[in-house]
Design a protein around this ligand. Structure first.
Ligand code: 1C4
Length: 445
């Protein structure tokens, strides 16, 4: 859409206000939370690293506690020459020479990243530059992979233990923890580790809020090569069972399934090469890559006073259209205990209320709404099922709903038309006085 110059300015200003407001619940939610970032070496060697580092510094200044695990395969390739099959995918065996290369490459990757994170982002005034301290150390105890199918894997190892207490201590002192994919054994031998495995072990050990993979792709891809925006554990297992994803994607799905079962709340796969995609993933509803969670992202819970503002925003256009009854903040404060909300992350996407008429053994399903951008995905039906369950627990015999526009929806879900006389007397009075002539629907419980 083309806006005249004055209008464009107005549009950008409004867009900024909208975006900033949208981001604020996420910023609030992530304050004080621990995020583990696994950064691919493809990102570390790219010219996009400075922009990503600036965004990482922004996250720390917003109170997020960060642990970064860096890859190093591109640095190994650069030192060893393009023709050497040194990446773990191509050659899982690590001999003495390869281990030396891994140490050199890790050192370079680490120093480069430290240097970039020490830069003052151009948008920050020097006197207010965030002074991020980067901590390193022997956080990983490793053990050798040993001999697999008769092949000695040499200095390729796996994580034996993560020193979670030491990492926690650094984070508590506002330090950013930077971990290389190398671990040491009790006998003092170093082993090469896989970045995925290290990220998984660390995220689990410190019970991170999020594990974020920053690589070259925008996210995980479906069969049509489209980015999948959300997955829950059931969908992850279905994707794995269909065996349609490539090796890298399969590994990411397996890692996600595992860490989500072990206390990490979200796993994200985001492009580290697209300017701003990390911020977009963390602070917008749409995100930029793939977000994975244990349970379906939407949940229904009892409403609380803090939800009143969002509920009022959601119902305002439908009140204006005469579809819902008018309800103001005073009404909401007095009746919030009757409401349930449909929530994803920090946002309310729908609501419903159950008014109980105890003397009549009846309940009214009221103020049912699903946000326009979440409709026709079964959430309306979930809210209905939720209210039916609540009513059954209260041993009510009848559930009714009054509607001016949604009669068919209720009929298709087991309600039948009813008459005014079937309503509790108190509701009959309201019905007559508000003159809405709504249709009445009932369902026996
Ligand atoms: N009529 C028939 N079918 C409809 C429909 C309608 N008005 N709206 C959607 N559907 C169909 C869709 O086409 C879709 O069908 P398909 O494609 O699966 O064949 C199906 O329903 C989708 O079902 P779902 O389970 O995915 O439902 P959602 O889209 O998630 O949500 C709502 C369905 C009706 C909740 C949603 O469309 C919505 O929010 N609509 C606007 C608000 C609305 O109409 N709410 C119903 C209120 S009746 C009022 C009050 O204030 O208490 C008034 C009281 C009075 O005195 O008048 C209520 C209860 O709140 N009463």
């Amino acid at each position: 859409m083309n806006f005249p110059v004055g209008n464009q300015e107005f549009f950008h200003k409004n867009q900024f206000i909208h975006d900033f407001r949208q981001a604020s619940p996420y910023i609030h939610h992530l304050n004080g939370k621990t995020l583990v970032l696994a950064i691919s070496s493809h990102v570390l060697v790219s010219d996009k690293l400075a922009a990503l580092a600036a965004d990482i510094l922004l996250l720390t200044s917003l109170g997020m506690r960060l642990v970064i695990i860096h890859g190093c395969s591109q640095f190994i390739q650069a030192i060893a020459g393009r023709n050497t099959a040194i990446s773990i995918d191509e050659n899982p065996i690590t001999d003495e020479n390869a281990l030396e290369l891994v140490k050199q490459a890790s050192g370079i990757a680490r120093f480069n990243l430290e240097a970039t994170l020490s830069m003052i982002p151009t948008q920050v005034m020097e006197h207010s530059a965030p002074n991020v301290r980067i901590a390193g150390g022997n956080f990983l105890r490793a053990k050798p992979l040993g001999v697999i199918n008769g092949i000695d894997m040499g200095y390729s190892g796996c994580v034996r233990k993560v020193d979670a207490a030491a990492i926690e201590e650094r984070l508590a002192h506002n330090q950013l923890v930077l971990i290389s994919p190398i671990g040491h054994s009790l006998s003092g031998q170093s082993y090469r580790l896989q970045v995925n495995e290290v990220a998984q072990a660390v995220a689990e050990a410190i019970r991170a809020e999020k594990l974020i993979f920053l690589g070259t792709q925008h996210g995980l891809l479906d069969e049509k090569q489209q980015t999948i925006s959300e997955l829950n554990c059931i969908e992850i297992r279905q994707l794995l069972a269909r065996n349609i994803t490539d090796k890298r994607q399969t590994e990411l799905l397996q890692t996600a399934a595992r860490v989500l079962e072990h206390g990490v709340q979200r796993v994200h796969v985001v492009s580290g090469l697209q300017d701003g995609s990390l911020l977009q993933e963390l602070f917008t509803r749409e995100g930029s890559g793939t977000a994975m969670a244990k349970a379906p992202f939407m949940r229904i819970r009892r409403a609380e006073n803090k939800d009143i503002g969002e509920i009022l925003q959601l119902i305002a256009p439908l009140e204006a259209a005469g579809i819902l009854l008018p309800r103001d903040s005073e009404y909401m404060e007095n009746h919030i205990h009757e409401f349930s909300v449909l929530e994803q992350d920090c946002y309310v996407y729908g609501c419903v209320a159950l008014h109980v008429y105890p003397k009549d053994n009846a309940g009214e399903l009221a103020c049912l709404i699903v946000s326009p951008n979440a409709r026709a995905r079964g959430y309306g039906e979930l809210l209905l099922a939720h209210v039916i369950k609540q009513a059954q627990q209260l041993q009510l015999q009848t559930l009714f709903a009054l509607s001016t526009h949604t009669g068919d929806w209720f009929v298709e879900r087991g309600f039948t038309s009813a008459t005014l006389e079937q309503l509790p007397p108190k509701r009959q009075q309201q019905y007559t006085s508000n003159k809405r002539q709504s249709k009445i629907f009932c369902r026996q419980l």
